[in-house]
Design a binder for this molecule. Structure first.
Ligand SMILES: Nc1ncnc2c1ncn2[C@@H]1O[C@H](COP(=O)(O)OP(=O)(O)OP(=O)(O)O)[C@@H](O)[C@H]1O
Ligand SMILES: [Mg+2]
Length: 260
């Protein structure tokens, strides 16, 4: 019997995949190479490669427990580093702490508990700029312009807002330092179906304004439809990488990861 690798001709091949995106390498924003990472001594990721070009919109999909969130946390300095490199804007940020990584221009919206429930909306946004001496008013204005509901509700405790509003708040907080790369872990999770499209539209708008986006999504088909490029991760390893549309129409990706 053949192995999985033998059966899957379009499966990820690190060297070939890198060669298919030479123009993007020229404007590389984030380059993850051969990353091994996990929690304590427990290794979750093995040899993970990932590229995000300047202004690009990249999605990571894969089964539960594949290590998608672990990739995001690793880029943001929240895991145990065990090997490989994370390069951002040409600088090696491997093993740096989140406070330093925020300074470099990466914003991160975690999958869970991504607002301070007992703080007001405005206080949450101010926390997004805690590394600065004072809260930049223009950044606050820009977030309010993008998410008017946050301005209307600025005195309300975050924990009393709806799921969609909390997600906007978490994004707004991550945008307070005007990052060049925004990491979004499952931004549509827990949203009512009629709000999911609105959330994706807002992410499109952030990307259209020039911020590169690296997003993990369980709503894999919609995410792949919207993004420039996608990665399928399984068992802590790269499995496929291609343009979003190509992954969407790949028979094996559809069958094994997109529910047919
Ligand atoms: N803090 C932690 N300590 C130990 N193991 C962890 C921790 N967080 C995650 N793991 C383990 O790492 C593996 C990958 O988890 P991760 O959260 O990255 O997966 P995921 O692809 O994001 O899954 P999901 O789709 O459910 O969000 C899982 O086996 C999980 O149990
Ligand atoms: Mg996750």
């Amino acid at each position: 019997m053949s192995t999985d690798t033998e059966r899957d001709p379009p499966a990820y091949d690190a060297d070939v995949s890198k060669e298919t995106i030479p123009d993007r390498e020229d404007q590389a924003l984030l380059e993850v190479r051969d990353l091994d990472a996990g929690y304590g001594d427990l290794q979750i990721l093995t040899d993970v490669d990932l590229d995000v070009a300047d202004g690009e919109y990249v999605t990571i999909v894969g089964p539960n427990g594949a290590g998608k969130s672990t990739v995001m946390k690793s880029v943001f300095g929240l895991t145990s580093h065990m090997g490989g490199t994370v390069i951002f804007e040409g600088e090696d940020i491997t093993g740096r702490r989140p406070e330093e990584i925020i300074h470099e221009g990466i914003g991160y919206v975690p999958q869970n508990d991504n607002v301070f429930a007992s703080l007001t909306v405005r206080e949450n946004l101010e926390m997004g700029a805690y590394i600065l001496d004072s809260v930049p008013q223009d950044a606050l204005d820009a977030v309010f312009e993008r998410f008017p509901i946050l301005e209307e509700r600025q005195s309300q405790k975050a924990g009393t807002m709806s799921g969609g509003q909390q997600q906007m708040l978490a994004m707004g907080r991550a945008l307070m330092l005007d990052p060049s790369l925004l990491l979004l872990d499952e931004p549509s999770a827990g949203l009512a179906p009629d709000l999911v499209d609105d959330m994706f539209d807002r992410i499109d708008a952030i990307n259209d304004d020039g911020t590169a986006v690296l997003m993990v999504e369980q709503n894999a088909k919609e995410a792949l439809r919207r993004c420039d490029r996608g990665y399928v991760l399984a068992n802590g390893r790269n499995r496929y990488m291609d343009d979003g549309d190509a992954l969407l129409t790949d028979e094996q990706v559809r069958r094994d990861f997109l529910g047919g």
